[in-house]
Design a protein around this ligand. Structure first.
Ligand SMILES: [Zn+2]
Length: 193
């Protein structure tokens, strides 16, 4: 996969829309070694770099990590690479190309609970929500409707769709993807047909 050289597929808790103990999962987790380089899926403009987890982000039970968001105009799609440390040369407003290194994966979990502690959390938004300076990535609380702008990465990135398709995860792939399907760009719709 272009975005990570070496990784493990998400388990059931790590796919989009997975209902977990405290929240609903807003992205897809790819497990990998700390400091694994992260490369952009699509070219575009860096629209925001900010804290993603840890004390500064308001979630002190996790370690400090950041996110980098890149907006691709043609696809009308923002891809957020979370739980990373951003590369020092990456700046907001900069254009990047598919395959450019934008940072490295950072360890998010403080304690070892028998699951991997380091992962790329990949999140997707329809359009360019970071245009609004007030917009921040949010927790999806249990019982809430799917958050504004948020979409299933598997529904818009064919490579992720192929990698993560698993009938056992039908709840996330069918329920949430079908709901977001109508607002996808044409290029993404063909993936599902
Ligand atoms: Zn995640």
């Amino acid at each position: 996969m272009i975005v990570l050289e070496d990784f493990d597929l998400p388990h059931e808790q790590g796919v989009f829309g997975a209902v977990r103990r405290h929240d609903v999962h807003t992205g897809i987790d790819f497990y990998c070694a700390p400091a694994t380089k992260v490369r952009a899926f699509h070219g575009g403009v860096v629209t925001r770099i900010g804290p993603f987890t840890g004390p500064v982000a308001g979630t002190p039970w996790w370690k400090d990590t950041s996110f980098v968001a890149i907006y691709n105009e043609r696809l009308y799609l923002t891809v957020l690479y979370g739980e990373v440390s951003a590369a020092t040369e990456v700046e907001v407003g900069q254009r990047c190309s598919r395959g450019d290194c934008i940072g490295a994966v950072a360890t998010v979990l403080k304690t070892d609970k028998g699951l991997p502690r380091t992962m790329l959390h990949l999140e997707c938004y329809r359009g360019n929500p970071f245009e609004d300076p007030e917009f921040q990535p949010k927790e999806w609380n249990l019982g809430e409707e799917q958050l504004a702008y948020l979409i299933d990465p598997a529904s818009v990135i064919p490579e992720i769709y192929r990698l993560t398709w698993n009938p056992q995860w039908g709840h996330s792939m069918s329920t949430y993807s079908e709901r977001t399907h109508d607002c996808l760009p044409d290029s993404a719709r063909s993936v599902r047909s």
